[in-house]
Design a protein around this ligand. Structure first.
Ligand code: AHR
Length: 511
């Protein structure tokens, strides 16, 4: 049995929980939109063709803000193709995913869907093939009250009231050579600066996200951030980060330590942003938007891989990267969320990529059911229970040495405290593949009351760490009661099974 001691103190907090950390992502990619959130004719479709089963799961997931419409897709997308009468919308080739886009779903549909889902919109603009003019026009279309060409067109298309979209991404992964309209940091920085300026001249209340690196392994990582922020510092509010993790060659220990890499990535980008702040003598801080993150198994030979599909005839919404997640993936996702919460003084937005079917917590069969993948559970519980303040957690844990990310604590945690409700929530992971972990938590400045929830996700008996939820067995892996949680005074003790993710919620009183 491994051991961990965790300490918090009532006076040591990181930030109020940024609700936008529980964001998701809908891209026109594979079956995320078509036969994902939107499938006219499906038995669960509403009058607009939105799948009610997927809407209900989105609400249960607790996603707060949803990035749209891409992703790589946005860098070749004309937003005007998705407005006006559906019958008049053009069919186009989407070069990013080698598919045919019929534009039956566009901005109005996404706004209506978001209202039903109860989610905020994070709209991405195309800075690959387009530029300043399209950027300011979409803002006028979306947010201007009326009396101008674009705002009146919105009203004519059925929405008299402005959409009032506050959060905008200035392009997507523009550092990546695969991106349509890929740019150097200097080219992108100047374009983003001018697009941001023009957009803010239409609506000064916008919050803007500049593209950071596509991942921390990019050869331009660091220099890209520095150059882009040197141009855009005064114009933008956030810089983006993207990261996808996967188990490589059976090295589960390293994979389970992915959050150590996420910690380093975030800290490096914060340092770079603050260096630009110091050099430019800027007053404000640039915060971070981790607007794509998840587990993603890239297998170029698979029939649903982008590499394979690129060799096939053009299709409409084929299956693309429909990863099936297992118990290990769920533990990793829980620890990635812990990393985001622990850095919530600077990471204010995060979007798990994507919402449904494409590397997603929700799977939905065309004309069939929808269900929760393993990774659904940590996300949903954290989105619903992480409230109030994120506490500074000091963890003294036995460690595991990993080949990719060095030493990692066997026990990983984040803790939130909501003074208003008097509830504390602990999100805990045991990275140990074989051993249970005994955890002792000191709740400095608090008296523990009743434990109101204690649940764990681990390997179901008779199965192994690769157990998944499938069409045939959609509830094979889920949350189960966690027994033996003891709370008294300022102490909480519990035992985490091997390879597990757990949540404990309890009432606390201030001492
Ligand atoms: O989420 C899938 C893809 O991953 C996105 O389109 C792109 O931005 C990233 O490379």
């Amino acid at each position: 049995m491994s051991r961990a001691r965790i300490s918090i103190d009532r006076d040591f907090t990181i930030s109020e929980v940024p609700r936008r950390l529980f964001g998701s992502f809908v891209e026109h990619m594979g079956r995320c939109v078509y036969t994902g959130i939107y499938e006219p004719g499906h038995p669960e479709a509403d009058e607009q063709g939105f799948r009610k089963d997927v809407l209900a799961l989105t609400q249960e997931l607790g996603a707060t803000v949803i990035r749209y419409p891409g992703g790589n897709f946005v860098s070749g997308y004309n937003w005007e193709d998705g407005i006006g009468p559906v019958a008049d919308r053009p069919r186009r080739l989407d070069g990013a995913w080698h598919t045919v886009e019929n534009n039956a779903f566009g901005l109005h549909e996404f706004v209506d869907w978001s209202k039903k889902a109860g989610t905020e919109i994070m709209e991405a603009i195309n800075l690959g093939t387009r530029g300043v003019e399209a950027a300011r026009e979409i803002v006028e279309y979306a947010n201007h009250p009326g009396g101008t060409y674009w705002s009146d067109l919105r009203a004519k298309n059925g929405h008299k009231e402005p959409f009032d979209i506050k959060l905008w991404c200035l392009g997507n992964e523009m550092d990546g050579p695969w991106q349509i309209g890929h740019k150097t940091a200097h080219e992108y920085g100047r374009l983003a600066q001018e697009a941001a300026k023009a957009m803010r001249l239409v609506d000064p209340t916008l919050e803007l996200v500049a593209c950071g690196s596509s991942n921390s392994g990019m050869p331009t990582f660091g220099e890209w951030e520095r150059t882009v922020l040197t141009h855009t510092y005064e114009e933008v509010d956030y810089l983006s980060l993207h990261a996808y993790y996967q188990e490589q060659e059976g090295d589960a220990e390293s994979f389970l330590a992915s959050a150590v890499d996420m910690d380093h990535f975030i800290e490096a980008v914060v340092a770079t942003a603050d260096a630009v702040r110091a050099k430019g003598r800027h007053k404000k801080h640039i915060n971070l938007s981790f607007d794509e993150w998840n587990v993603w198994y890239s297998r170029p030979g698979d029939p649903d891989s982008p590499e394979y599909l690129a060799t096939q005839p053009w299709q409409q919404h084929p299956r693309v990267i429909e990863d099936k997640y297992n118990v290990t993936d769920a533990v990793v996702v829980g620890t990635l969320l812990n990393s985001l919460l622990r850095h919530s003084d600077r990471v204010k937005i995060a979007n798990q990529a994507q919402l449904v079917n494409v590397i997603a917590p929700i799977l939905a069969e065309p004309n069939g059911p929808a269900w929760r993948q393993t990774i659904f559970h940590p996300f949903a519980l954290m989105a619903s229970l992480a409230k109030g303040q994120v506490m500074r957690t000091e963890i003294l844990s036995d460690t595991v040495e990993t080949s990719r990310f060095g030493a990692a604590d066997l026990v990983d945690a984040s803790i939130t405290w909501d003074e208003e409700s008097g509830k504390m929530a602990l999100f805990l992971a045991n990275r140990g593949l074989e051993e249970a972990a005994q955890v002792q938590v000191r709740l400095g400045g608090f008296d523990a009351g009743e434990v109101t929830k204690a649940e764990v996700l681990h390997v179901p008996s008779g199965l192994d760490r690769f157990a998944k939820n499938t069409l045939e067995l959609p509830r094979q892996v889920g949350m189960r009661p966690l027994d033996g949680v003891a709370a008294a005074g300022d102490q909480l003790t519990l035992t985490l099974p091997a390879l597990s993710w757990a949540v404990v919620e309890l009432s606390v009183a201030k001492k």
